[in-house]
Design a protein around this ligand. Structure first.
Ligand code: KG4
Ligand code: ZN
Length: 339
């Protein structure tokens, strides 16, 4: 069964064709991140305008392996939120029009649930349930429990900034380019300083819950930067990048490993753009290798950041087809207790 996925929740315009939820036939992503970088972050209206420019060329390229023939496609999966409203509407309207023209059903997909399914794409085996997932992206940091496909329970998350947002904001303070996660991790790799990587706080790690707080980090980073002259900052930028990365990674790993020990899932999955972070993967691998009866999954970096392949995969495993008339053109904007 082939599903066309469409994802336009932020600054990526993406279309993909996935077979049986796992096999990638095509996966095309156009990003306006370089344009957004000039402004230091995503400007919603600019992102939506870029979505409109890219949608048709990206769709055409994704359809190339099928020689533009839509007969083989059984359904159209589309992200309905959370995300930027102007960007989301471009994908949703495209899905509705294709559904109307091709007479195929639409499968609406929550963006965060989509991220999780990057772990089901092109893997040597699918993760076994029950599953614990840490979704770490630019807008979200959520710990979720999956009893099965479609049985998802939110068990914790950030109370303020998301982990990716913390990377992005701290990168900006250091004068590094957007998106901040890859910029900080690239700088951190150059760090040769012998200083202990404990300069910045790991808030809430001793609290008996599965929640995080990252908003204090940017204040702490701003304070350290204020103490430096421009030339000192230039000298210490690499060390600061390593310190920031270690503070974020430590907070995520310490609390998540505690949740794995408490809840004993059969599989632990990392998902979202921040899951592309090498240091985060290394620390999780190291800690989880010491635990019994739990397997660690993380998607390859290109599948961690926004794409439509995981949207089509999530649609396959949570198959809830609807008529295009039933897709709400005003998507949900937030998730609270359940996703
Ligand atoms: O999942 P995603 O592509 O978009 C959202 O749904 O938000 O995540 C984007 C976020 C950005 O904050 C970016 O800085 C972060 O993921 N990110 C990383 C890395 N690659 C992307 N953070 C840390 N290390 C990376 N290698
Ligand atoms: Zn995302």
């Amino acid at each position: 069964m082939k599903i066309l996925g469409i994802e336009t929740s932020c600054d990526e315009t993406a279309c993909a064709i996935i077979e049986d939820g796992t096999k990638i036939i095509s996966n095309v992503v156009a990003s306006s991140a370089l344009i957004q970088a000039k402004f230091g972050g995503v400007i919603p209206e600019r992102a939506a305008r870029e979505q409109i420019k890219s949608m048709i060329p990206v769709l055409e390229e994704a359809m190339t392996p099928l020689r533009q023939d839509h007969d083989e496609i059984e359904a159209i999966a589309v992200t309905i939120g959370p995300g930027l409203i102007g960007s989301l509407l471009v994908g949703i309207e495209t899905a509705r029009v294709l559904s109307y023209l091709w007479e195929k059903p639409v499968i609406p997909v929550n963006h965060l649930v989509g991220h999780i399914y990057a772990n089901f794409l092109e893997t040597y085996k699918n993760p076994e349930f029950p599953i614990l997932v840490l979704v770490v992206s630019g807008g979200h940091t959520d710990l979720v429990w999956m009893g099965n496909h479609g049985k998802i329970k939110w068990i914790g998350g950030t109370r303020d900034d998301a982990a990716g947002e913390a990377f992005d904001k701290c990168a900006r303070l250091l004068g590094l380019s957007y998106p901040g996660g890859p910029s900080i991790s690239k700088e951190a790799l150059k760090n040769k300083s012998k200083s202990k990587l404990d300069l910045f706080p790991r808030p809430m790690i001793n609290e008996q819950n599965y929640d995080w707080s990252f908003s204090g980090l940017k204040t702490a980073v701003a304070r350290e930067i204020q103490k430096c002259s421009p030339s000192e900052l230039k000298l210490r930028r690499v060390e600061f990048a390593a310190q920031i990365q270690e503070a974020i990674v430590d907070s995520l790993v310490i609390k998540t490993v505690r949740a794995i020990e408490d809840l004993k899932p059969k599989s632990f999955l990392l998902a979202g753009g921040v899951a592309a972070n090498q240091r985060l993967k290394e620390k999780f691998s190291e800690k989880i290798s010491k635990l019994e009866n739990v397997e660690f999954f993380v998607p390859e970096p290109s599948l961690c950041t926004d794409n439509a392949a995981y949207i089509a995969s999530a649609a396959y495993f949570n198959n809830k087809k609807v008529d295009w008339r039933k897709i709400n053109a005003i998507p949900e904007l937030t998730i609270t207790s359940e996703i």
